[in-house]
Design a protein around this ligand. Structure first.
Ligand code: NAD
Ligand code: MG
Length: 396
């Protein structure tokens, strides 16, 4: 469009948004953007797992129509907290689905783990725009979720910073011109730690990510590099590329959020400071852009951007995830389920850091399971993967 054709923007109606996992790191960043949007974003429903007080405060604060607590035993408590506020209250699995089904244009899927799968599928089914942070959904049920999105006539937008970066520079008009996508990875807190020392690390050390501030589970995943393994599978589902076209490079500054390489040798990247409000804002405003408050990138101050190959020996999770993707069927579901159990056990002090990948590996070799055809199959395989991981932990 020629510059002279640009006319003043007509006012846009506010965009309604539901946030699944509103009390988490992604949920809080999302509500921060809502607060700054001067009414352009309005909240329909919020959900949380167990934190009644925080959920109620957030629901009151942003004038949500519905607040849902996933732990059904806390229903009365939430009801009491929101008494007289005008916010409707629901609980349990049906409550989570109700939140997803409310008529909000955008559903931000910010629950951690496979627990977010059913409500995210419900949002896709009704044709919502799903802004997906909950990468475990794509790992467990990539094909099924994409089918639901297609059938529902909605849109799936990545929130994960790497996938947001790729989405912003991927030429969907000519996917055959893409040679490779390259996911960047900070390397986590143990990038340079010798294997012997890695054996001893505490949950607190694993949770202290060098560049991003995130929830406990994804922080541990970032320390084992399982997060990058899950992101590899996520990228495979989100973009029209083969597994062999997805590479991973360690980039400790977390400034280049990922790259797409084209057949002519051009490599396109998206850069920014590590602040999740930038990719969240991109998904919330898509196909437009909205202001986000993250610190601006000062390349002179950063000075150097460095890149290195990942160390597969110290970080076996990467290889496990790639194998699971190649294998397909039930394998990625078992990988994810076993990892959730293993991370939980590590955070609870029951297993050591290096045993996380061992547990996942053992669960994957347990016994082959038939591939899923529907959501119930995914949930059954997920349960079997969890059981296999628990058994592997007991054996350790
Ligand atoms: P978090 O632990 O901070 O928050 C998780 C949210 O999910 C909370 O609101 C919690 O109440 C809810 N929740 C947890 N278990 C639940 C259950 N069983 N049922 C219903 N709700 C439940 O996690 P986070 O860091 O915000 O991450 C959320 C998702 O986004 C994860 O899938 C993560 O991989 C992805 N992600 C996060 C970041 C980040 O910067 N935090 C970046 C990229 C992707
Ligand atoms: Mg990421």
């Amino acid at each position: 469009m020629a510059l002279t054709q640009i006319a003043p923007e007509p006012a846009r109606p506010p965009r309604r948004l539901s946030v699944l996992g509103a009390t988490g790191s992604i949920g809080c960043s999302t509500l921060d953007l809502v607060g700054r949007s001067r009414g352009a974003l309005q909240v329909e429903a919020l959900t949380a797992h167990r934190n009644v007080t925080e959920l109620a405060a957030k629901a009151r604060g942003c004038g949500a129509a519905l607040a849902v607590i996933a732990d059904a035993s806390l229903y009365r408590e939430l009801k009491r907290e929101l008494d007289g506020s005008g916010v409707a209250v629901a609980a349990g699995q049906s409550g989570l689905e109700e939140a997803a089904l409310r008529p909000a244009e955008v559903v931000l899927a910010g629950i951690v783990g496979a627990a977010g799968l059913a409500p995210t599928m419900a949002a896709a089914r009704r044709g919502a725009t799903v802004a997906l942070a909950n990468k475990e959904c794509l790992v467990c049920a990539g094909d099924l979720l994409l089918e639901e999105v297609k059938r529902g006539g909605g849109t799936l937008l990545p929130v994960d910073s790497e996938h947001s970066a790729i989405f912003q520079v991927f030429d969907f008009e000519q996917p055959e011109a893409v040679e490779r996508i390259i996911l960047t990875c900070s390397g986590g807190p143990f990038r340079n730690l010798p294997e012997d020392a890695m054996r001893q690390v505490s949950p607190a050390q694993a949770r202290a990510h060098p560049t991003w501030e995130m929830g406990a589970k994804i922080s541990v995943d970032s320390a084992t590099l399982m997060n990058k393994g899950l992101e590899l599978i996520e990228a495979y589902h989100l973009f029209p590329v083969e597994e062999r076209q997805i590479d991973i490079v360690i980039h400790p500054q977390s400034v280049v959020h990922s790259m797409v390489e084209y057949v002519d040798g051009s490599m396109l990247a998206q850069l920014g400071t590590p602040d999740m409000r930038t990719p969240i804002a991109y998904a919330l405003a898509w196909p437009r852009r909205m202001a986000a408050p993250g610190a601006r990138l000062d390349l002179v101050k950063v000075g150097q951007l460095t890149f290195e190959a990942p160390d597969h020996a110290r970080f076996p999770a990467l290889g496990l995830a790639r194998d699971a993707l190649r294998q397909g069927g039930a394998a990625p579901i078992v990988l994810n389920a076993a990892n959730e159990i293993a991370v939980h056990a590590f955070l609870a002090g029951r297993i050591g850091f290096l045993q996380i990948a061992r547990v996942v590996e053992q669960a994957l070799t347990d016994r082959p399971l038939s591939p899923p055809h529907q959501l119930d199959d995914v949930l059954a395989i997920d349960a079997a993967g969890r059981a296999a991981a628990r058994a592997a932990i007991d054996r350790l």
